[in-house]
Design a protein around this ligand. Structure first.
Ligand code: SAH
Length: 342
């Protein structure tokens, strides 16, 4: 019987080079193989500049297993494409390709499911299944690029899952997607969004990457935040703010605080003032997200983002309102998978 095959797409070109050397093969093949994979090759057979004996050797040791497109929706409004992927083991995750003037952005998932349980999130209800491998994060980019024809220049880790809860695989994914022999996407073109895991933020600060860290804050006070986000019971707003200050001091990168405006919950003048104090301490900026109501889950209603933004501006806060793309195709976090799973 054959041993379990190795996930070649989670290997760095350096690791592959070493493997090839150990198997009596030329090192430059690693670059060719990595380049094929980055362009979305679905099998070793497709690698036409690699001789049959090496292709067979690779085939017997590694798997490629591209994800299958289990669902796809294209927005008629703005060309946003949403994919539902069926992974090698049958689990489903989502990603979204958004077209902006400055280039195309892929929003990808980092876990199948999520343990964080945020009250407003479509992914929370379905629970946590497993972490994604680095290759499964890359796949979402490679295969959506291949299918949509949209060259991806920016990445946001804002799909299903909590990236800092899958820390090591996310770090390896980042080094792969950033690799000069692969997609070579610069860290400044990547955003990582977290619900605010303090140890994870500190660990990320130690890596001193030039990516943009987004922190899903959603409330500036513990009482409100705990109602919305179970993670707030573990880390107070104050402890989270301290971690953000440490992060900024270490990396010099300003943090973006995500804030979904929810009617009567987090949109008061007092909360605008509290938020402005937090922003002054962290030197970050606020990105208001119009709440995407999740069917049947609870009674949270979208608040008036423009009104809340005006209050924040009056307190001197640097604030933007996220543009809504793909509103006609359930492009919000976890919504397609949720429908599929019903
Ligand atoms: N776990 C990470 C990343 C995934 S969620 C995090 O919490 O940041 C990506 C972003 O979408 C987060 O800011 C999250 O709070 C927000 N979000 C989730 N559901 C939403 C909804 N129904 N409406 C608006 N924003 C939502």
């Amino acid at each position: 019987m054959q041993n379990e095959k190795i996930d070649i797409k989670s290997m760095t070109p350096e690791e592959l080079r070493q493997w090839l050397a150990e198997h009596g093969q030329a090192g430059f093949r690693a670059k060719q193989i990595f380049s094929w994979l980055s362009r979305g090759a679905g099998s070793f057979e497709e690698m036409s500049n690699i001789g049959l004996p090496l292709r067979e050797l690779l085939e017997s040791h590694f798997f490629i297993s591209p994800p299958e497109i289990a669902g796809k929706q294209v927005s008629e409004d703005d060309g946003t494409v949403k994919y539902l992927w069926r992974l090698r083991d049958g689990n489903m995750v989502e990603s979204v390709v958004m077209r902006y003037g400055y280039g195309n952005t892929a929003c990808i998932s980092t876990q199948a499911g999520c343990r964080m349980g945020c009250a407003f999130c479509a992914s929370a209800g379905l629970g946590f299944i497993r972490n994604l491998a680095p290759s499964e994060m890359l796949d979402q980019i490679w295969y959506s690029q291949k299918d949509s024809g949209a060259q991806i220049s920016n990445i946001v880790l804002m799909g299903i899952g909590e990236p800092l809860d899958n820390f090591d695989n996310v770090m390896r994914f980042l080094s792969l997607v950033n690799h000069p022999e692969g997609m070579n996407i610069g860290m400044r073109h990547i955003s990582l969004s977290t619900c605010g895991l303090v140890e994870g933020i500190d660990k990320l600060a130690d890596h001193d990457l030039q990516l943009t860290l987004s922190v899903s804050l959603h409330a500036p006070d513990d009482e409100t935040r705990r109602k919305l986000m179970p993670v707030a019971a573990k880390y107070s707003v104050n402890a989270l703010t301290d971690a953000c200050v440490r992060y900024y001091n270490k990396t010099g990168r300003r943090i973006s605080f995500e804030y979904a405006v929810i009617k009567g919950v987090n949109d008061s003048r007092k909360q605008a003032r509290q938020l402005s104090e937090l922003i002054k301490r962290t030197r970050g900026h606020v990105n208001l997200i119009p709440l995407n109501p999740v069917e049947g889950e609870n009674r949270l209603e979208p608040g008036d983002a423009a009104r809340f933004a005006a209050m924040l501006k009056a307190y001197g806060v640097n604030v933007t309102i996220r543009r809504r793309l793909g509103g006609d195709i359930d492009a919000a976090c976890g919504q397609l998978r949720r429908k599929g799973a019903r």
